[in-house]
Design a protein around this ligand. Structure first.
Ligand SMILES: Nc1ncnc2c1ncn2[C@@H]1O[C@H](COP(=O)(O)OP(=O)(O)OP(=O)(O)O)[C@@H](O)[C@H]1O
Ligand SMILES: [Mg+2]
Length: 240
């Protein structure tokens, strides 16, 4: 059984159908990516898994149990954390205050303190600036903070929406290397990326979402070699 299974999901904003048939599976301990163009429905899919949006039809199962009728805080408590597109940090709050927001469902102060240390070890740039305000940070540092905040709930499934957005190639590599390390420490990762090359290189399995539907899937290596993926998402031009 898959750890996360999304079946025939459809989601709408009023009369706008944003997701029209998305299905995919994530196995425990895997990195699975969703790739697709702007407006394909990737963010909407993650927001629906988190319980921020309700599906019109379809099912979302975690370890076989339905998630799609639960409120967002229950989904978080079941071990699903979400680092949202655009990071959504609190600029006037410090690094530590932002990280603690990710632990708001927890009451174990000792465990929270240990996890803060773990995140400072994972991202030394944050550890050195614990009392500084998040708004002063570079894009890469803010992304580290957004991932760190999501990790503060000790998730079993970490969903990352465009972690490389706006980052330099070096910083992108650094963030994606951290994703690999998280998988090695047992966290399952669902990754949404515009940077298809980076995402596919890292992924055990990936799905292409096109106009609200999952259209192709395969291992990262298979999709990197697929001419349809190369042409649409990896910038291989058709020669004229
Ligand atoms: N709050 C909203 N209200 C109305 N329509 C929305 C809203 N958010 C997204 N949409 C529409 O839903 C569709 C899917 O958007 P979504 O943000 O899920 O795409 P995406 O794949 O994450 O795109 P991007 O790569 O640009 O982040 C788009 O057509 C978008 O315009
Ligand atoms: Mg998006």
């Amino acid at each position: 059984m898959s750890f996360l299974e999304v079946r025939d999901l459809t989601v709408a904003y009023g009369s706008i159908q944003a997701v029209r048939g998305v299905s995919f599976c994530v196995g425990r301990g895997e990195i699975v990516s969703l790739i697709g163009s702007n407006g394909a429905g990737k963010t909407t899919t993650l927001r629906t898994i988190s319980g921020l949006l309700r599906p019109v039809t379809g099912e979302i199962l975690l370890d076989g149990e339905p998630l799609h009728r639960l409120p967002a805080h229950k989904i978080l408590a079941l071990g699903v954390a979400h680092s949202p597109e655009g990071r959504r940090l609190f600029a006037r709050m410090t690094v530590e205050e932002n990280l603690r927001l990710g632990a708001h469902t927890r009451r174990d102060e000792l465990g929270i303190a240990a996890d803060l240390e773990r995140i400072y070890a994972l991202f030394p740039a944050l550890g050195m600036r614990q009392r500084e305000k998040a708004g002063l940070f570079s894009g890469g540092e803010q992304q580290m903070l957004a991932i760190g905040r999501a990790l503060m709930s000790r998730p079993e499934l970490l969903m990352l929406d465009e972690p490389s957005m706006g980052l330099s190639p070096i910083m992108t590599r650094r963030i994606l290397e951290t994703v690999r390390e998280l998988r090695e420490s047992g966290t399952t990762v669902l990754l949404v990326e515009q940077n298809a090359l980076a995402a596919l290189s890292l992924s055990d399995y990936a799905y292409v979402i096109d106009l609200g539907r999952t259209t192709l899937s395969g291992t990262g290596t298979e999709l990197l070699a697929d001419p349809r993926v190369r042409e649409a998402y990896l910038g291989d031009g058709v020669s004229s």
